[in-house]
Design a protein around this ligand. Structure first.
Ligand code: SAM
Ligand code: SF4
Ligand code: SF4
Length: 335
């Protein structure tokens, strides 16, 4: 059965935040002044278990689900994450299973992840310069730890991509080195506009460097860029080619060029709430339903009802939206 929302968009992807914790404190996502030692992360009993995640996926598979992305917080700090991948893989051979990670624990985990049935990994990396990397991530790790992770993933045969958030007056100077590195690795990179997720990252329009501005910088070094057609309905990143190098890469332009019209993504937060938009203020508490003995049929019916009513298009309405909103944090809902 193909389940469509009120704007005709199918439910294809489910992003699952397996933890609200992280070993980084990226300034655009979990700034340390908010996520400090006093911050109350979810207690263990409120975190969705692997069995409960499987129950949600099983309920959504007959509705047309094709892709799962494991995210967070940092998914590789959740204990035995490969077990979850294996449990998902055992449900369906065809399901596309991906993970988004900051990469520093990837090398350690790569063999198990691969054996468990992971298809793809996206590694977030915003700077190749060690000092700037430390400044952005506010962590004890080195940029080399991330590069080791990326290399181990490439060697393992997984499909690998890099994601880079570019913020004005912070890391525009990393655009060129990051592309050069990706060309060198022969993997795609996607540059992401800084988004107004959550309430703690001090977002303002002035700190957004748009995709078009990024392309101007890139063209100065690499010559003409040509826009490609999208590969499939719901593709988030707009694809471009560096003509001289025949190299394809992407831009996720949620601020300057929203893509709500083809948004097929639902999210499960680390406490088991179902969200129909990254910028939602409230989710639907599937975890409580499951803990009150709801069966697969009940969960499937609940998801169907929620998705049928879905009319989110926050990014397209951002400019007109004057109402004071309190969207949930990215680390909790999953990027
Ligand atoms: N910890 C993992 C990581 O960093 O890859 C997974 C979770 S993280 C929330 C997922 C993605 O969201 C990362 O690529 C990160 O760069 C991106 N992200 C977080 N906050 C963002 C923001 N304010 N604007 C744009 N992208 C953001
Ligand atoms: Fe952690 Fe990822 Fe957020 Fe950075 S972007 S703080 S690595 S969850
Ligand atoms: Fe999808 Fe919401 Fe983002 Fe629009 S704003 S693309 S509906 S997650």
């Amino acid at each position: 059965m193909r389940l469509n929302d009120s704007l005709g968009r199918p439910l294809r992807d489910l992003r699952i935040s397996v933890t609200d914790r992280c070993n980084f404190r990226c300034d655009y996502c979990m700034p340390r002044e908010h996520f400090d030692s006093k911050y109350e992360f979810l207690p263990k009993e409120k975190i969705i278990s692997y069995e409960e995640i499987i129950q949600v996926i099983k309920s959504a598979l007959p509705l047309g689900l094709k892709k799962i992305r494991i995210t967070g917080g940092e998914p590789l700090i959740r204990k035995d994450i490969s077990k979850l991948i294996k449990m998902i893989r055992d449900l369906d051979d065809e399901l596309d299973i991906a993970m988004t990670t900051n990469g520093v624990l990837l090398r350690k985990n790569i063999q198990l992840l691969k054996q468990s049935g992971l298809d793809r990994v996206t590694v977030s990396l915003d700077s190749l310069d060690q000092q700037l990397f430390k400044e952005i991530t506010d962590s004890n790790y080195d940029v080399q730890d991330v590069l080791d992770g990326i290399e181990s993933a490439i060697d393992s045969g997984l499909k690998v991509k890099i994601n880079s958030v570019i913020k004005r007056n912070l890391n525009e100077n990393q655009l060129i080195p990051l592309i050069e590195k990706s060309i060198n690795y022969d993997i795609p990179i996607r540059f992401i506009e800084f988004m107004d997720v959550g309430t703690t990252n001090s977002w303002n329009l002035d700190s957004v460097i748009t995709g078009s501005e990024m392309r101007k910088i890139i063209q100065q070094k690499f010559g003409p860029l040509v826009k490609k057609n999208s590969n499939y309905f719901g593709e988030v990143a707009k694809q471009w080619t560096i003509l001289d190098k025949e190299y394809d890469f992407g831009f996720i332009e949620s601020i300057s060029s929203p893509f709500c019209g083809s948004c097929t993504r639902a999210r499960i937060s680390s406490n088991g709430h179902f969200f129909t938009c990254l910028f939602s203020e409230k989710g639907h508490d599937l975890l409580s339903m499951m803990r009150m003995d709801a069966d697969l049929h009940d969960i499937s019916n609940a998801i169907t009802k929620i998705w049928n009513n879905r009319n989110d298009k926050y990014s397209e309405e951002r400019k007109e939206n004057t109402k004071e909103r309190i969207p949930v944090e990215m680390s909790y809902i999953g990027g």
